[in-house]
Design a protein around this ligand. Structure first.
Ligand code: TYM
Length: 334
């Protein structure tokens, strides 16, 4: 609890360009939850270097991502928006938690297996202990709630396991966090292969809607979206392409699938694709415009970055000192 409010933490990697999946699965919910909770939203650049990055490019992407958090509607006076690398407590707590995490647990992480297969030439220890750093992110702020897409659930579970293990040894040190998965949009699928999640790293640009895509590009990508030959707009497993389009529509409009199916009754796939495309365009346009405006305001962004890093450091240090004491590190002499 901070000032009587429950604490919320979430983060995104500054790797690649954000997709509609990131927006509907996470960012959009962050904005909705931001009034009710004391929120920490981090640009998780420490996580990004588990795969090779071009330094100048990473720096630029990290700043764009932070700007995008603001452009999406997060108020930086109320929400702590900061770079993970500006708060050294993340790395310090991560080390301690490494000593309370088993190799066997980390070996079971499906994201590790996927990434190791994808980057076979660089299966580094950071990639392996990635979930421990994520646990440190969350536990550092005594987080109650973590809004994420479905793909992060396994990492949330290991976070809870690590926290419970630590608490069982040292007493009530960490708050045990809960995942928050939005009703719609928790798993947006690729437009080219609706069996696969929409991902920043997809090689086919038609598979993902990027948040900065121009309206005509968005409409074109939806037009080309893979569907089926059933010819009926129904929300069911046998029609994953149509279901994904309806999911996107519902996540944007906050309607439920039954309402959406009713709305498109008797209509063709072409009409559905156009309607979904236009809905997405109108949802993203204000975010894109605000992003363009904020990007020009260097001194404002710099002041946000500085102030929020101080705030994050303050809360992070509080937990870190408590943990260091519990595990038996010598006290600091002031
Ligand atoms: P990242 O950067 O891959 O994704 C950021 C957020 O977007 C969600 N997401 C999706 N949601 C719906 N449909 C999709 N196709 C889709 N693709 C991505 C993700 O679930 C995530 O919520 N490890 C994390 C970042 C992280 C983090 C944390 C998150 C680091 N520390 C602590 C929460 C708490 C990641 O790589 O997310």
């Amino acid at each position: 609890m901070i000032d009587g409010k429950k604490v919320l933490f979430s983060g995104m990697q500054a790797t690649g360009t954000l997709t509609l999946g990131n927006y509907l699965g996470a960012l959009k919910n962050w904005v909705t939850l931001s009034e009710e909770y004391e929120c920490f939203y981090s640009v998780v650049d420490l996580h990004s270097i588990t795969v090779r990055q071009e330094p100048a490019e990473l720096r630029k992407r990290a700043r764009n991502l932070l700007t995008l958090y603001l452009a999406a509607g997060l108020d930086p006076q109320k929400n702590c928006i900061y770079y993970q690398s500006h708060v050294s407590g993340h790395a310090e707590l991560s080390w301690i938690l490494n000593c309370f995490t088993y190799m066997g647990e980390l070996n079971r992480m499906t994201q590790f297996k996927d990434k190791a297969a994808k980057h076979a030439d660089n299966i580094n220890a950071g990639l392996f202990t990635y979930p421990v750093l994520m646990a440190a992110d969350i536990l550092l702020y005594q987080t109650d709630m973590v809004p994420v897409g479905v793909d992060q659930m396994q990492h949330l579970e290991i976070t809870r396991d690590i926290a419970q293990r630590f608490n069982a040894i040292y007493g009530d040190v960490f708050t045990i966090p809960e995942a928050y998965i939005g009703k719609a949009g928790a798993k947006i699928m690729s437009l080219q292969n609706p069996q696969k999640k929409m991902s920043k790293s997809d090689e086919n640009p038609n598979a993902s809607i990027y948040l900065m895509d121009e309206p005509d590009v968005i409409l074109r990508k939806f037009k080309r979206a893979v569907t089926d030959s059933e010819g009926q707009i129904l929300y069911r497993e046998e029609q994953p392409g149509i279901r994904n389009l309806l999911d996107i529509y519902c996540a944007c409009t906050e309607k439920n699938p039954q309402e959406a199916v009713k709305e498109f009754e008797g209509k063709g796939y072409g009409e559905l694709k156009e309607a979904v495309g236009e809905t997405v365009v109108s949802l993203l346009k204000p975010v894109q415009d605000e992003f363009a405006r904020l990007s020009k305001d260097k001194s404002y962004l710099d002041s946000i970055i500085k102030e929020n890093a101080q705030k994050a450091n303050y809360y992070a240090t509080k937990t870190l000192r408590k943990v260091q004491k519990k595990v038996g590190f010598p006290e600091r002499i002031r």
